[in-house]
Ligand binder design. Structure first.
Ligand SMILES: NC(=O)c1ccc[n+]([C@@H]2O[C@H](COP(=O)([O-])OP(=O)(O)OC[C@H]3O[C@@H](n4cnc5c(N)ncnc54)[C@H](O)[C@@H]3O)[C@@H](O)[C@H]2O)c1
Length: 385
C-alpha cells in the first residue's frame, strides 16, 4: 500500500465491475489500515501476505511492494493457485526470476507482468504499426526517458540497490521490455554507460529540506505535502508512518552521497535479428520536459512519437505525407491510459485463462537486459546475453 499500490487499488475498486478488494497488506500494517480508510474499502489490513492469502482466500493478488520484494508474495500466491499481477520489474536478480518461474510453471494460476506501457495508446499505436508490417523490418530504435522524478525516487527505496536493483532495473526494465517488443527479437548484447553526477554531496546542504538554507534555490527541495484536502492528509499520515518505521524523512537531502545508483545513462542493445536500440535515461530532467520520446526506423519508413503533443507520426520512405495518430485523444487515466487498460486486461486474462501479453518470459528478459546494462556500465565492457 505505497503510492502505486494505493493508486491501482483505487482504480481496480472503482473501474472493474464484479471485483471486490478483500484484503490490503503492507510491511507497515498502519499503512494498509490507512489505505483501507482512505479508499473507503471494507477490507481487513495485514502485514504479511501469506496470512492475508490464507484468511481472505482471494482469486488474485496484485503486488506493489518494492522491486526486490515481489518474489515472496508472488510465490506464496502461485503455490496457493492464486493469480498474480506483478509490478515491473519482475525482480532484481535472475535467481529470483527463476524461483518465480518455477512456482508459476508448477501452478495453474496466471502470472501476469505489470508492464503497463504495453497498454498505453501511445505505445500501442507504435506496436500496431510495426505489427502490421508497414514499417518493414525494424532497423533502429531510439528511445529516451527524461524523468524529473529522481527527487522522489532517491528519497525512497529506489536509491538502494538491495531494494530496486539500480535504475537499469527499477526504471529501465519498462523500456527494455518495450524495445524487445518493438524489435520483435531477443536481445543479444548490451553496452551501457552512466553515472551519478547531479546527486552528489553539496556543501552547505542540511540533512532535511526544512532545515536547509539552500532550499529556495535547490530544484529538488521537497514540496513537503504536494496535495491538499483528503489526499494531502492521507499522504502526510502515510509519510509519518514510514518515518516512524525508520524510513528516510520525505524531505531528506538528496545531496548526501548515499545514492547507490545512477542519475543518468545510455544503453545500446543489439538484437538477434540485427535491430539496434539505444535508450537514454535521466531522472534529473526539468519538470517541463518530462516524458518518453521514441523514433523507430524500419526498412519501409520511420515512426516518431512525441509525448508532449501525444502525437505519433508515421512517415513512409519516399515523398509521402506523414500519417499522424493522436494518442492523447484516446488516453484516459494514469500513465497515458495504460493503468485502466492493464487492470482490465488482467481481469479478462484471469477470467478466460488466456496467455498474458507479458508474462514471466518477458519479465525475466527485461531483468536480464537491465542486469547486463549494469554490468556493462560497471566494467566498461560489452555484455553478451
Ligand atoms: N508501472 C509503473 O508505472 C509503476 C509506477 C510506480 C511504481 N511502480 C512499481 O510499483 C512498486 C511499488 O512502488 P511505489 O512507488 O508504490 O513504492 P512506495 O515506496 O510508494 O511503496 C512501497 C510500499 O511497500 C511497503 N513495503 C516495503 N517493503 C515491503 C515488504 N517487504 N513487504 C510488504 N510491504 C513492503 C512500504 O511500506 C510501502 O508502503 C515497485 O515495484 C515499483 O517499481 C510501477
Amino acid at each position: 500500500m505505497g503510492l502505486r499500490g494505493v493508486g491501482m487499488t483505487r482504480l481496480a475498486a472503482a473501474s472493474l465491475p464484479h471485483v471486490r478488494v478483500v484484503g490490503l497488506c503492507d510491511g507497515i500494517r498502519g499503512r494498509a489500515e490507512l489505505a483501507a480508510r482512505h479508499l473507503q474499502l471494507d477490507a481487513p489490513a495485514f502485514d504479511r501476505t501469506d496470512r492475508m492469502l490464507d484468511q481472505t482466500r482471494p482469486d488474485a493478488l496484485l503486488i506493489f511492494t518494492p522491486d526486490a520484494f515481489h518474489v515472496e508474495p508472488a510465490i506464496q500466491a502461485l503455490k496457493r493457485g492464486i493469480h498474480v499481477y506483478c509490478e515491473k520489474p519482475m525482480a532484481t536478480t535472475l535467481a529470483d526470476c527463476d524461483r518465480m518461474i518455477r512456482a508459476a510453471r508448477a501452478s495453474k494460476a496466471i502470472f501476469y507482468m505489470g508492464f503497463n506501457l504495453r497498454h498505453a495508446p501511445y505505445f500501442r499505436i507504435m506496436g500496431d504499426l510495426i505489427g502490421s508490417g508497414e514499417l518493414g523490418e525494424v532497423l533502429t530504435l531510439e528511445m529516451s526517458e527524461h524523468y524529473p522524478g529522481g527527487r522522489t525516487y532517491f528519497r525512497r527505496w529506489n536509491r538502494l540497490k538491495s531494494a530496486g536493483g539500480g535504475l537499469w532495473i527499477t526504471k529501465a526494465t519498462h523500456d527494455f521490455d518495450v524495445m524487445s517488443w518493438f524489435a520483435g527479437s531477443e536481445p543479444r548484447s548490451v553496452f551501457a554507460a552512466g553515472g551519478c553526477r547531479v546527486f552528489r554531496p553539496k556543501k552547505g546542504a542540511a540533512a532535511r529540506c526544512r532545515d536547509c538554507a539552500l532550499r529556495w534555490e535547490c530544484p529538488d527541495c521537497s514540496p513537503f505535502i504536494e496535495l491538499e484536502g483528503a489526499e494531502g492528509a492521507f499522504r502526510e499520515e502515510w509519510l509519518r508512518l514510514g518515518e516512524q518505521a525508520g524510513y528516510l524523512p520525505h524531505d531528506a537531502c538528496l545531496y548526501r552521497g548515499d545514492i547507490e545508483t545512477i542519475d543518468h545513462g545510455m544503453a545500446t542493445v543489439v538484437f538477434r535479428n540485427g535491430a539496434v536500440g539505444t535508450y537514454a535515461l535521466s531522472v534529473v530532467a526539468p519538470d517541463t520536459l518530462g516524458g518518453r520520446w521514441t523514433t523507430i526506423t524500419g526498412t519501409q519508413g520511420t515512426i516518431r512519437a512525441d509525448p508532449k503533443t501525444g502525437k505519433v507520426l508515421f512517415c513512409r520512405r519516399g515523398r509521402h505525407a506523414p500519417r499522424v495518430y493522436d494518442a492523447d485523444a484516446v488516453s484516459k487515466g494514469g500513465h497515458g491510459g495504460a493503468d485502466p487498460s492493464i487492470l482490465q486486461d488482467f481481469h479478462r486474462v484471469c477470467q478466460c485463462g488466456e496467455k498474458p501479453i507479458a508474462g514471466w518470459e518477458e519479465g525475466r528478459r527485461a531483468v536480464a537486459v537491465g542486469l547486463a546494462a549494469t554490468r556493462s556500465m560497471e566494467t566498461g565492457a560489452l555484455v553478451r546475453l
